[in-house]
Design a protein. Sequence first.
Length: 502
Amino acid sequence: MRTISHFVNGQALEGSSIEKGGRFGDVFNPNTGEIQARVALATDAELDAAVRAAAAAQIGWAATNPQRRARVMFEFKRLIERDMNVLAEILSSEHGKVIADSKGDIQRGLEVIEFACGIPHILKGEYTEGAGPGIDVYSMRQPLGVCAGITPFNFPAMIPMWMFGISIAVGNTFILKPSEKDPTVPVKLAELMMEAGAPAGVLNVVHGDKTAVDAILTHPLIRAVSFVGSSDIAHYVYQTGTAHGKRVQAMGGAKNHGIVLPDADLDQVVKDLSGAAFGSAGERCMALPVVVPVGKKTGDELRERMVAEIETLQVGVSTDLAAHYGPVVSAAHRAKVADYIQIGVDEGAELVVDGRDFSLQGFEKGFFIGPSLFDGVKKGMRTYQEEIFGPVLQIVRAETFEEALALPSEHQYGNGVAIFTRNGRAAREFASRVNVGMVGINVPIPVPVAYHTFGGWKRSAFGDTNQHGVEGVKFYTKVKTITARWPEGDHEGDAFVIPTMK
């Protein structure tokens, strides 16, 4: 049985053996349902060892000039591109997403690394000459120290790179606690960061469960924590981390809506909905699981076309190049999605397409579930209010633009939303008024490019600073402002006057 170890101070750190009381988690192959490895789950002592290694490395790394840190990022990018195929295969074997989707996972993370390659320019401060008589004022951005990231199973490459890429580039060192469901790729990323020239201790990977999370949130040497996961846990992370004096950005769940106006290009809408709702088996916080057609005619036609489109979808193993999506990550998650489908039926929604009985020949023990489609979903239903996180699309009908606008605006989540229309005025009004953090106009999954910033509103995000882009640089740095004067001659009494008031 392969054991996945922690990666601390530039080398593998073996967890305590079971015989010595160590704890391990099972890592499955979702395609077959079989256990393929075990992953060490950290103790408080192991987490502390990683933090202290990071703290020791941070002093020298922060003193390294920004251009040299950027060169490490450039080399890290090259190494990821070199190993893209291998990393994608490993990712798919532990997560279940198809190879093309895994490459997209890696590539979207790499785009943040590309942004971090420009860190010398981004870190420049401000300068004012002559703010007062003989007085200059300038500012500088400095790293925080040791930072940490707690990342989910659904993007084991992209989200870690979103976090540690910027954090390391600005001069921090980093503790990554990835999901224990698919932990191998994060370790590979840390190994490649060392190969790229980062000193030992700059990037550390510690596996674990709630024990490791709590150790991160309470450790006195960790200055900032970034988290992506469910909203309840995001709220807990935010409350606990800030109570211990840390900066925290905690991204939570989502229930993204797609508003379809009567003038929309339904051919394009159906293709976009299919990919956004069912791609990666719906295991995306930016998936589009709710479609809101405006008007009965639009709703009826959309439903008919979606049923036909679903019949063309192919569910297969991760390595099947013809498959649109693969299995979900675990048997427990498959059962959770199936339970939500039954709840929807019990609530009175119409189950138009039922994917629960799907089975893939030769892979009957895999964690597969077919695409499902609901119609007649109402906003008071539990399945509408909560995040299903599976290949389930819900149709919630609206009669007017205002009714459609209100649905995502009033929902407890506010991560992303999309509107499909040919009407520029309607799109502009929608984008301005909707109470959601990220908006797509004829774009079903509106994840911003890396040099902009990612973040939702309401229960989709806790904290004041978004991920990556300039907001990410602000999160991982602190501003120091200097007021300087070089006096000449006798200035007796000046110490009692605020210099800039003269």
